[in-house]
Design a protein around this ligand. Structure first.
Ligand SMILES: *Cc1c(COP(=O)(O)O)cnc(C)c1O
Length: 356
């Protein structure tokens, strides 16, 4: 007997609209006339599945991908054939990709020395312009001397405050990047992340590196989201119970029914990345109505007050993330950012991909 991947309808399902994702990529390409737009698919494609995401982008002729770690790069090369660039932001020692044809990002003078000694060609050099996290600083770049033997594919830097357009560090980073990259004549530049693509001409380069905006997160916080929604998370109702006024629900008895209530228990919890910080705060959409999460988020379950949704039944699906409860909105309720909501999405959800 075949095993139902969604456990006979009793597990959460992530519906991922690859058509919307590719449309988001095309929109960003439209905005970035100075050069191509890569796909950043680190952390398993921000939780949506790096292989599926990258294949969809590659069929739309996205030719450049970024991951954070070597293991991600090796897995992605297996999913994509030879051809597209797969760059590893955290770098790796010469030869450590075992012939997968990955592109190392050189972040430190030590990395640089190792790749020079090994005769690596076509790496990406990361220079720091204000993040103070990874990358060579101006002095280290000056001391590096002539790097032409490396045949650098790109010189890149990363913005610290791109989601705050008025932050003075943005202009400072643009100026420093221009000055430092000028020491590497002829080497193509890679600059903007998602929000950087909305900062204007000074942030254009030969290769943009958006992640978040591809997945539908808002790259322009405080303004309407220009990106399409890519994700719906729906979770089945396991049980609906009548709870008397005065009864408490869940661990710690933190929520007490003020009236006779109907409580729906659904199959997702903090082990699925539904953050425990959403206890008593989360919202869901049940039969077209917004309902309140009550009590604490447990490991595998959450409870919703569905008193005002009388037609909701066991087995129905409740939407935890979607166009009406965007990852950014969920994040705001949890006191975090959409990036964390997406990358926390659990392994127990069945990921189902649609292309339209
Ligand atoms: C994660 C990352 C990106 C993508 O950033 P978004 O804000 O998701 O667009 C680009 N460049 C580097 C170096 C990164 O670490």
């Amino acid at each position: 007997m075949a095993i139902d991947p969604v456990e006979g309808g009793r597990a959460g399902e992530l519906l991922i609209d690859l058509g919307a994702l590719v449309a988001n990529w095309h929109d960003l390409c439209e905005r970035h006339q100075s050069g191509p737009v890569a796909g950043v698919v680190k952390a398993d494609g921000y939780g949506l599945g790096a292989a599926a995401v990258a294949k969809a982008l590659a069929s739309a002729s996205c030719w450049n991908f970024f991951v954070a770690q070597l293991s991600e790069g090796i897995a992605l090369r297996r999913a994509l054939s030879q051809g597209p660039m797969i760059a590893v932001l955290g770098g790796f020692p010469p030869g450590a990709d075992g012939g997968a044809g990955l592109t190392p990002v050189i972040n430190t003078p030590q990395d640089l020395a190792a790749h020079r000694a090994a005769g690596t060609r076509g790496a990406i050099l990361h220079i720091d312009t204000g993040m103070e996290r990874l990358g060579l600083d101006a002095r280290e770049l000056g001391e590096a001397g002539d790097l032409s033997a490396l045949g650098l594919r790109h010189v890149m830097t990363h913005l610290a405050c791109a989601d705050e357009p008025d932050h003075p560090l943005n202009a400072v980073q643009a100026r420093r990047f221009n000055e430092m990259a000028a020491m590497l004549p002829g080497v193509p530049r890679s600059f903007a992340n998602s929000s950087g693509l909305f900062l204007g001409e000074a942030f254009e380069s030969d290769l943009a590196r958006p992640g978040a905006a591809l997945y539908g997160l808002n790259p322009t916080p405080g303004h309407p989201n220009p990106m399409r929604c890519v994700l719906r998370l729906s979770v089945p109702v396991l049980q609906i119970r009548q709870v008397r006024a005065g009864a408490t629900v869940g661990y710690g008895a933190t929520w007490m029914a003020k009236r006779d209530s109907r409580i729906a228990t659904i199959a997702a919890g903090y082990a699925d990345g539904y953050l425990r910080a959403l206890s008593g705060r989360g919202l869901a959409v049940a039969a077209g109505r917004t309902v309140q999460l009550v009590g604490r988020v447990s490991m595998d379950l959450i409870t919703l007050d569905v008193t005002d949704v009388p037609d909701l039944a066991v087995g129905d699906r409740v939407e935890l993330i979607g166009p009406e409860q965007t990852p950014d909105a969920v994040a705001a309720l949890a006191g975090t950012i959409g990036y964390e909501v997406l990358t926390a999405l659990g392994a127990r959800y069945a990921r189902r991909y649609i292309t339209a």
